[in-house]
Ligand binder design. Structure first.
Ligand SMILES: Nc1nc2c(c(=O)[nH]1)N[C@H]1C(S)=C(S)[C@@H](COP(=O)(O)O)O[C@H]1N2
Ligand SMILES: [Mo]
Length: 427
């Protein structure tokens, strides 16, 4: 690999990624899907990332286990594959995504307030203590998934963090119902949207003047009804990097609406025209929200905010990860997770012949329609060889996953069937 045209920093980032990336037998990540007969030196970066996770060094940030660092400023950390063997993602392993580099390192709960302002009958503010004491706590289980999860699968590649599959996590969220806060403040007639803002600040992308991270939902969006202002994650305070002291939880919607360090809730009389709503996080208004790159380049197509859709159903093989040979005749547990954006998981099917034939998997406990659901299937390989395992899930509305890749310029909504090569050897 020549280094022409690359900055030293980029080369170093790439090298450190390779060192820990898929195919390296020393790697803790070990989530190999290396093309037949090749080692990791055979990976082609002009093609989709073949590894389960994104590529990057493992780094330890405060309150976090070693996670895969995709970018530094803003910090973006991906959860390594083995943590998804559990239905709840540990807080310390939960992925991290920011847009701005001015992120809070500490929040003083003595002075911190959650403020409701704008077109409300009453402008209110609440201390952390009041949120815990004066409202009945509500708990729910929901998957937080970045809109760009699996973006490194896109071909041709698109700009943005090159996530593998680890920009997602499932947790028990506890807090105050958003609607309890809204009904105390009472949106006045003429309110179109509710806007959410966290404590982070910065310049944002070059020339965009996006000083703060702002997201809005229509006042009529049913997702507001089920949303929480969460102060607890898996029974613990939120890690700072996941939004301490409180974050918005919008079950079923992509995590871009799950505003961290939530400190301002605003009633808007006009539709939010800020950068994060009007320009970023837009998807093609086409069937399946997919578009051909050449059509996208021609322009003249309409877009929707990604909040217009619920998360599509997805499923993943977590173990075995392909890093070691399986012995012929020995039963192995194929294990993984599936989830949907609110329609539940009706069934999961597994294939060991690359998707030609499918077998039903056993499902684990049902933690509700927004949660991960574990699945497993015992498989006894009868002959040596290379087997391509594929997994697909269906939600309760009968929606499945496309076999074909999708594409859009933002690199959003990837949900095609995942495949993993497993090698079976003679005993
Ligand atoms: N304050 C704030 N909240 C935010 C963001 C942000 O940049 N700042 N990013 C959003 C996006 S796009 C994602 S994917 C999730 C990531 O949540 P996590 O970092 O807790 O995993 O946070 C959302 N909430
Ligand atoms: Mo995101």
């Amino acid at each position: 690999m020549g280094s022409e045209g690359w900055t030293r920093r980029e080369v170093l980032a790439l090298l450190s990624g390779l060192w820990l990336g898929c195919g390296s037998p020393r790697s803790f990540l070990g989530q190999v899907f290396v093309p037949a007969g090749q080692g990791w030196e055979g990976l082609d970066f002009s093609k989709p990332n073949p590894c389960w996770n994104g590529l990057g060094p493992l780094v330890s940030e405060p309150q976090k286990l070693p996670l895969i660092r995709l970018t530094d400023r803003p910090i973006q950390l991906e959860t390594p594959r083995p943590y998804f063997l559990d239905v709840f993602t540990p807080n310390a392993a939960f992925y991290v995504r920011y847009h701005l580099d001015g992120i809070p390192n500490a929040v003083d709960l003595k002075s911190w307030r959650l403020r409701l302002e704008g077109n409300f009958r009453r402008c209110l503010s609440f201390s952390f203590e009041e949120l815990i004491r004066d409202f009945s706590p509500v708990s729910l289980v929901a998957v937080n998934q970045c809109s760009g999860n699996s973006r490194s699968r896109f071909f041709p590649r698109v700009a943005g963090a090159q996530w593998g599959n680890g920009a997602m996590g499932n947790a028990v969220w506890t807090g105050v119902r958003l609607k309890d806060l809204l009904s105390r403040a009472e949106p006045l007639p003429g309110t179109l949207q509710i806007q959410f803002q966290g404590l982070d600040t910065g310049k944002g992308p070059e020339g965009k003047g996006s000083h703060a991270f702002l997201k809005s939902l229509d006042l009529t969006d049913p997702a507001l009804e089920r949303s929480l202002v969460a102060y607890s994650m898996n029974g613990q305070p939120l890690p700072m990097l996941n939004g301490f002291p409180v974050r918005l939880v919008v079950p079923g919607k992509f995590a871009t609406y799950w505003v961290k360090h939530l400190s301002w809730i605003r009633a808007l009389k006009e539709k939010d025209s800020n950068f994060w709503m009007a320009q970023a996080y837009r998807i093609p208004a086409t069937p399946g929200n997919t578009i051909r790159p050449e059509d996208a380049a021609r322009g003249g197509w309409t877009t929707l905010p990604i909040g217009a859709v619920d998360m599509p159903v997805r499923s993943f093989l977590i173990e075995p990860d392909g890093s070691s040979k399986l012995p012929v005749g020995m039963p192995v547990r194929l294990r993984g997770i599936a989830f949907s954006g609110g329609k539940g998981v009706e069934r999961v099917e597994v294939s060991v012949d690359g998707g030609r034939s499918w077998m039903p998997a056993q499902l684990g406990s049902d933690w509700g329609p927004y949660s991960f659901r574990l699945w497993e299937k015992v498989w006894k390989p009868k002959r040596p060889g290379r087997f391509v395992v594929a997994v697909r899930a269906f939600d309760r509305m009968g929606h499945g996953q496309p076999e074909e890749p999708i594409w859009n310029p933002g690199g959003y909504l990837w949900h095609s069937v995942e495949k993993q090569e497993l090698v079976v050897g003679e005993v």
